[in-house]
Design a protein around this ligand. Structure first.
Ligand SMILES: [Zn+2]
Length: 153
């Protein structure tokens, strides 16, 4: 009975308080946003349906194409900045710039993508977006007036 009460209290505490920065930090580390222990991905970017450690449902995530946008923004600032600095200091031929910056761009993008996606999933989880709050908030039927009846023709 005591354990059941503790479980209820714990789940209420978790429901009422989700630390956004901690969840994003866990996500950045490609870990479950809730416990920070279970693995977020089964493969490179394939999100596990649930956390193997704490059972948190992860399939509610809808990172969609936000991670690539953020990754492009970050990598563009680094790579374009690097190109400009190198050009200003040494004015190397174009092929030198390409040999240096194309691998940097590819490696940085591949390294950042799961981390940025994880941080976004942590953000969504902490703010109870897309069903992470236990309620189907994305259901288009909720909060809308009933659909008008079609007029008989
Ligand atoms: Zn977990």
């Amino acid at each position: 009975m005591q354990q059941e009460t503790d479980t209820i209290i714990l789940s209420e505490a978790v429901d009422s308080d989700r630390n956004v920065w901690l969840a994003m930090k866990h996500g950045w580390a490609t870990a479950c946003p809730n416990c920070g222990d279970g693995r977020l991905y089964g493969k490179y970017l394939k999100v596990n349906d649930t956390c193997a450690k704490c059972g948190t449902e992860l399939f509610h995530q809808r990172a969609d194409d936000a991670p690539p946008y953020f990754v492009m923004t970050i990598t563009a600032h680094i790579v374009v900045g690097g190109i400009l600095v190198l050009e200003r200091l040494f004015s190397p031929p174009t092929w030198v710039q390409l040999v240096i910056w194309l691998p940097v761009l590819a490696a940085l993008s591949l390294w950042l993508l799961p981390r940025v996606k994880g941080a976004l999933i942590g953000y969504q989880w902490a703010l109870r977006m897309h069903g992470f709050g236990g309620k189907p908030l994305d259901d288009p039927e909720i909060g809308l007036p009933p659909a008008p009846h079609k007029a008989a023709s």
